[in-house]
Design a protein around this ligand. Structure first.
Ligand SMILES: Nc1ncnc2c1ncn2[C@@H]1O[C@H](COP(=O)(O)OP(=O)(O)OP(=O)(O)O)[C@@H](O)[C@H]1O
Length: 329
């Protein structure tokens, strides 16, 4: 599949602070790519580098085949950026905001009015189109800000915390809109602190801390890397034959077997062993009702990555350097 973003050893320093530290990744057309990390991890800096608003200290990026350093204006015509604070004018109405930004992005006057009406309808703002934005709720402002990022019909969107501060219902609406964007072929670069949302929305995630890329992949890939061993639960129709446990323990890669009435839990050194477990239970006459490989949430994966990074880098829980650990390490 075609690449929309390619980043190679991208680095940005602000004095002593390395905000982005030799980061390499690529993003394919139509992906929702989550960028996760604590405050100060480098997410916003990355967005600004990719839009040519900042110049890298090292490495390079290609965005839709363009170099943001030398072709920043062209890049920004093809990207929509939703910043943390919705960048809409409170003294203008919703419709005026969209018309204004459309003109700014040089959307042809023959196209603009129709596009504005379509966006107002898509984002549920048609009825309030002529009200001043200052009177809007936070959720409405955020929906308008999202509509604004789409006014020039960019194929690539950078969304920085799109649901921050929104109530669950509006967050849900915004997330549904993000999914619709994917359906219509857009690529989304999503910076978020909300791990449940990221798990639900993102095809792949990048986890950052202090500018370092700690991990990159689908949540399942990250889980397998972090915890190669895993548990599978089997629900059986009736008590299994007595010798089942010993025959399961004899299978290479099986670490533990726990039987509780008709519930069987097996720990394997690699997930790839699970089909052998199922086959053995069936071969021994066990009647399987359900097989459930245990999965970790993205939140568990994220916290584990951050903790391992903190321990390895000799930092304390707040991210400050832990001198004692560094010396001992
Ligand atoms: N213009 C700047 N001048 C100096 N330092 C900066 C500048 N922009 C960012 N930084 C520093 O770079 C680091 C990364 O900041 P950045 O805003 O990219 O993090 P972030 O992951 O977006 O954080 P948050 O989740 O709080 O938005 C921080 O240490 C920040 O203080």
């Amino acid at each position: 599949m075609q690449e929309v973003i390619r980043v190679e050893n991208l680095t940005k320093r602000f004095g002593q602070v390395v905000a982005v530290n030799s980061v390499t990744f690529s993003i394919k057309v139509g992906e929702i790519f989550g960028v996760l990390g604590p405050n100060g991890a480098g997410k916003t800096t990355l967005v600004r580098l990719l839009n040519g608003v900042l110049t890298p200290s090292g490495g390079r990026a290609l965005v839709i085949g363009l170099d943001p350093v030398t072709q920043g204006t062209k890049v920004r015509k093809l990207t929509g950026v939703l910043t943390e604070a919705p960048a809409v004018y409170e003294r203008l109405t919703a419709r005026e905001n969209l018309l204004f930004f459309g003109a700014l992005y040089q959307v042809p006057p023959t196209v603009l009015p129709r596009r504005v009406e379509k966006l107002l309808a898509t984002f549920g703002l048609s009825e309030r189109a002529d009200d001043k934005v200052g009177a809007f709720s936070k959720g409405m402002k955020q929906r308008l800000a999202l509509a604004r990022t789409l006014i020039h019909d960019p194929p690539l969107l950078f969304l920085d915390e799109p649901t921050a501060g929104l109530d669950p219902e509006v967050s849900h609406q915004v997330n549904e809109l993000i999914k619709d964007l994917k359906q219509s072929g857009h690529t989304v670069f999503l910076c978020t602190h909300n791990l449940a949302e990221a798990q639900h929305l993102c095809d792949r995630v990048a986890v950052l801390n202090r500018g370092h890329l700690l991990a990159l992949g689908t949540p399942v890939e990250l889980e397998r890397k972090l915890w190669p061993a895993s548990w599978v639960d089997l629900e059986l129709w009736a008590l299994p034959p007595e010798n089942l446990i010993s025959s399961l323990r004899a299978i290479p890669g099986v670490k533990e077997v726990v039987l509780n009435h008709t519930h069987l839990a097996v720990q394997v050194n690699r997930r790839e062993r699970i089909p052998y477990i199922v086959a053995e239970v069936a071969r021994r006459g066990g009647q399987i009702l359900r097989v459930n490989p245990r999965e970790r949430s993205l939140e568990e994966i994220y916290l584990e990555l951050q903790q391992r990074y903190i321990a390895q880098a000799g930092l304390d829980g707040s991210g400050r350097e832990n001198k004692e650990k560094v010396v001992k390490g």
